[in-house]
Design a protein around this ligand. Sequence first.
Ligand code: ZN
Length: 415
Amino acid sequence: MFCIGIDDTDSPRGMCTTYLGAVLLRRLKRAGVRVHEARLVRLNPNVPEKTRGNAAVCLVAEGSRRIAFRLACEAVEELADLSHERTHPGVVVSDGPLSPDFYTRAVQSFCTLDEALALLAGSGALFRGYKEKRGLIGATAAVCSRFDDATYEVLVYRSADRFGTPRSVDRQSLFDADRETFPHTWDTVDRGNDLVVCVPHTPDPVLFGIRGERPGWIALARERVISERPACEQVWVTNQGTDAHIVPGTIGSLAEGHSYLVGGTVCAPPQTFLGGHVCLTITDGTTALPCMAYEPTRGFRDVVRSLLPGDVVRVCGSYKRGSINLEKLAVDSAPPITLTRPPVCERCGKRMTSAGKDKGYKCRRCGGRSDRPIRAILPRTVSPGWYEVPPSARRHLARPLCRGVREDFLRPPSP
Ligand code: ZN
């Protein structure tokens, strides 16, 4: 068994590394190379050079490595958008299993081309980089990938003569597919916002994709979808929807471009900025950390806006330019607010006023006194629990709450 890794074949104007992988998979089969698994590997979404979702592919195969390498290179040379200035493909065919450390770093952090080349040089892998060869980073990460948690996606591809033209996918059929299979599938549509999510608007070969927990569920949903005639489709096993990019973090020691689960106490009323972006500031008692819910997160912003100073939360998201870009959050404590008002004078029915700090209340008309204020408990609109951005604003790697939260996210850290 060996792994074929490919990355950075697409550009904003077209192509998709998964499509290239699906085409290659069919060619490998015809050439007698058995493919056991097709992996769609999402890497750190904060890598500045990424095209769209920072996706690489890995085909786990058995047969002739040389034939596999030749066919992979031919597919890249034929299909990758090589003339685009930002497309720098990489092809790796491993010789046996590689340590998953490089993969883990590529999804949670950053890897350099030199690190990839050093790993490949000592591994016996066959590899080829094109142009600036940056795709070798993702291709290496793909062959090193090992998923602790995985989901599936069936990607349905268009025929080449339709690339770049408007997609024809029946909207109602997508809502039907979602209704019949959610929560075993997700992000087909955004029911709350009445939006289709699984049909891209970019000029790439993907017609639509259905994400889910098991191949059977996505097949059930996929059968429901009415669309233009696709060219082919491929079920990928993937780290999408697993929070593989999230690491535990602490306020004050967060690194740019990494994604964290970090706890804190709300220290200021949330602010709404021009454009509808909402900022929640949390603190560990020393350092303040702004957390952003941008306008596309829609109703999620109402949850953020309902938080008050003193509430205890944990937030999930990428740390970029000094703030967390919120993907989801846990409200661990949002106690009701107790309001106190001066009492009403029993003799004349007039509201008393404060008689000074710690001196109780005084009636200005009759001089009566009281030391008991009226207490009102204001219930909160937000209750403890997890909240997430809607499907239309979700990142590929972000684990949807319909899958539950990661085991290590379940309990709030002890204070
Ligand atoms: Zn009075």
